[in-house]
Design a protein around this ligand. Structure first.
Ligand SMILES: Nc1ncnc2c1ncn2[C@@H]1O[C@H](COP(=O)(O)OP(=O)(O)OP(=O)(O)O)[C@@H](O)[C@H]1O
Length: 278
């Protein structure tokens, strides 16, 4: 088993924000953590990465390749991050330094974990930029984050996360801030890289339609608790919990909403008639 979370509980200011969460990710598996805003998805991911805010206390267990990693010293955790466990977040800006070129940032991600010269790292940066399909990789590495589009910045963040070929990628809403068409491109890229490297994936989203594209198994959270844990095919066809049923209704509404009717009311049947098919 690559990752095993058991009985994970997180408290902030005396409030239990993640409550007895358990799930497992076998080697090469793709798991989705899904739930409404505030359900505890991000804090669960941050706990796995050893990046919880100072105000939070965590208990329970997080095992990586069989060894306990919850509460291990920062130094050890920092080695695992990037080297064995990669991460991408919703806002690539948070991962990127605004005053360094993207090439330098990718090469630094490489040099933290691998004993290569500055020059070799710079060459690797170009290769990694090419791997995430950034246009004109030799040139783009000399640019600064603000000179790139949102989708390109997320590709850079992905290149940094994957440069050391981690065995697990944790992706927290990595496409939510992007335009719909760019979202689909970045998702496709992420999935093909995960498949190429045989990586495991923990993908966080509030959108069951997105989850169904990337994960084979889903864990549904509500108020910090797991309310359903099932193959994605079952979440889509026979959701058991009202929260999952609500997520499925939302996802279906998005799929069936006619173009240009983003603001149409959802449940009064008007969306159905608007495309002439109702
Ligand atoms: N640094 C913090 N201090 C206090 N409370 C926090 C902090 N971070 C998160 N919380 C609270 O913990 C709960 C879970 O937050 P979390 O960010 O994990 O939810 P989420 O499901 O990822 O939501 P979103 O999709 O909005 O990111 C929320 O009620 C949130 O307000």
């Amino acid at each position: 088993m690559s990752l095993e979370v058991s009985g994970l509980t997180i408290e902030i200011g005396g409030r239990r924000v993640v409550d007895d969460v358990s799930f497992a990710v076998p080697d090469g598996a793709r798991l989705g953590l899904i739930g409404e805003s505030g359900s505890g998805k991000s804090l669960t991911a941050l706990a796995i990465l050893g990046l919880l805010p100072a105000a939070a206390t965590a208990s329970g267990s997080v095992r990586w390749q069989g060894a306990e990693i919850l509460g291990i010293p920062d130094r050890e955790m920092a080695r695992l991050r990037g080297d064995e466990i990669g991460m991408v977040f919703q806002e690539p800006q948070t991962a990127l330094n605004p005053i360094r070129t993207v090439g330098r940032q990718i090469s630094e991600a490489v040099r933290i974990h691998r004993d290569v010269s500055r020059r070799e790292a710079a060459e690797i940066a170009v290769a990694e930029a090419r791997r995430v399909a950034l246009p004109d990789p030799e040139r783009i590495v000399a640019r600064y984050p603000h000179q790139l589009s949102g989708g390109q910045r997320q590709r850079v963040a992905l290149a940094m996360a994957l440069a050391c070929r981690p065995r697990l990628l944790i992706a927290d809403e990595p496409t939510t801030a992007l335009d719909v068409t760019i979202q689909a491109e970045v998702l496709r890229l992420l999935l093909s890289l995960v498949a190429d490297d045989g990586m495991s994936l923990v993908f966080i989203t509030h959108d069951l339609a997105v989850l169904s594209q990337v994960a084979t198994h889903g864990v549904v959270l509500e108020d910090g608790r797991v309310v359903e844990d099932a193959p994605v095919s079952r979440l889509l066809t026979a959701p058991q919990h009202p929260v999952t049923q609500g997520l499925l209704r939302d996802a279906t509404a998005t799929l069936w909403r006619p173009a240009g009717a983003e603001h149409a009311p959802r449940d009064d049947g008007s969306a159905k008639g608007a495309d002439g098919r109702g």
